[in-house]
Design a protein around this ligand. Structure first.
Ligand code: HEC
Ligand code: HEC
Length: 333
């Protein structure tokens, strides 16, 4: 009798458990995804719990050091959207005379962007996880955002269809008039409609890209064309200077890579990149590392073709001599 009752209680508990899992299933999955992505892309700098000097790269980084994500009094001043925008932004050239940077713009080059690496949905999952590090919860309605993007795509499609119809009618009318008068078609009669259609097409493409990037990683399936890296010696010299500047002040490559004694250690040292790697390979890697190694921790930082060319040229000059065999590291015999 007693055993049977216990079994019933067990079954009810089990049912409640299943019910709770289904009800909270979606949120839990987002949470788990956020945690995994954080562990893969953020933890080396920010630490497992977001604390100072917890990540293995923390102490090797140039100043400012990665922010303490567990500090509620500071992190609590940011809205979910602010955190999203930090993680998903365009890098800015912080050199004197570089990009314009407003008072409210976050522009620390050694905090990488993930805009070109992860989907919007994934970045929201990360923001949700970052919130838990300082005991808060994501307020932003991610599902609503997706609905909004779907609706703007629908609206853009309707607008484009309408503009196309208007254009086709104007074109037909102009060509009928030309037939009647037996003259060439006057294209200026429908130029305005044609321009409106082109503008609507642009909006449609942007809306489509917005929705795609919500759920798919932006670099997926993107092939980087072979660059032309030939240049005259004086252009090379300029490109090396520019590349070095961008390496530090715009893309913060030094946050993850060392040259000599300086720099982070998330990626390999680049002292000998000029010997070891060829220009075309480096260029392609910088533009879209995920296309060569999907799970690499190095994010695609959104380098323009020109920036990638300059940084590639700079890396080509890194030709430090091979480190001497260090006898001290050999076991004493
Ligand atoms: C290469 C090291 C590095 C990596 C990787 C990195 N960060 Fe950062 N992060 C930094 C640095 C440096 C700062 C700037 C600290 C400052 O401004 O004082 C920063 C700042 C931040 C801030 C505060 C922004 C602000 O407005 O002050 C947030 C939030 C953040 N990082 C989240 C992340 C998340 C999430 C990831 C992973 C997707 C990540 N970081 C990956 C180095 C890193
Ligand atoms: C968040 C850290 C991070 C940032 C920022 C970063 N890298 Fe990397 N990089 C890596 C990691 C990790 C690897 C190793 C790739 C792998 O095997 O996954 C790597 C690999 C490389 C390689 C290949 C090195 C080799 O010996 O195979 C080059 C070249 C390189 N990065 C250049 C750059 C440049 C230039 C920048 C700035 C535009 C940059 N990286 C920014 C982490 C980073």
């Amino acid at each position: 009798m007693k055993a049977a009752r216990l079994q019933v209680i067990g079954t009810v508990a089990g049912l409640i458990g299943i019910w709770a899992m289904t009800a909270g299933g979606c949120a839990n999955e987002q949470q788990k995804k956020g945690q995994e992505l954080y562990a893969h892309y953020c933890m080396h700098c920010h630490g497992e719990n977001g604390r100072q000097n917890e990540g293995f790269n923390w102490s090797s980084m140039p100043d400012p050091k990665p922010k303490d994500l567990s500090n509620k009094s500071e992190m609590g001043t940011f809205k979910d959207e602010d955190i999203f925008n930090t993680i998903s932004r365009d890098m800015k050239d912080t050199s004197p005379g570089g990009d314009k940077i407003g008072d409210d713009d976050f522009a620390v080059p050694t905090m990488p962007t993930f805009k070109y690496t992860l989907s919007e949905d994934e970045i929201w999952a990360i923001v949700g996880y970052v919130r838990t590090l300082h005991g808060m919860k994501l307020e932003f309605k991610v599902e609503e955002r997706k609905k909004e993007l779907t609706e703007s795509l629908k609206a853009a499609q309707e607008k484009f269809d309408q503009a196309k119809q208007t254009f086709e009618a104007a074109e037909k009318k102009a060509s009928e008039e030309a037939d009647k008068k037996e003259v060439e078609v006057d294209e200026s009669l429908y130029a305005k409609e044609q321009a409106a259609m082109a503008a609507a097409k642009k909006e449609l493409d942007a809306a489509q890209a917005g929705l795609n990037n919500f759920s798919a990683r932006p670099g997926k399936g993107v092939n980087v064309p072979r660059p032309d890296l030939t240049m005259t010696p004086d252009v090379t010299a300029q490109q090396v200077e520019l590349g070095k500047r961008l390496y530090q002040n715009k893309y913060g490559c030094n946050g993850c890579h060392s040259i000599g004694e300086e720099g982070g250690k998330v990626g390999p040292a680049l002292d000998r990149a000029g010997f070891r790697l060829n220009g075309t390979w480096i260029y392609r890697w910088l533009k879209n590392p995920q296309s060569m190694k999907p799970e690499t921790r190095m994010p695609a930082l959104g380098l323009s073709d020109a920036d990638a060319k300059a940084v590639t040229t700079y890396l080509g000059t890194l030709r430090a001599p091979k480190a001497e065999e260090a006898p001290a590291e050999k076991p004493a015999s």
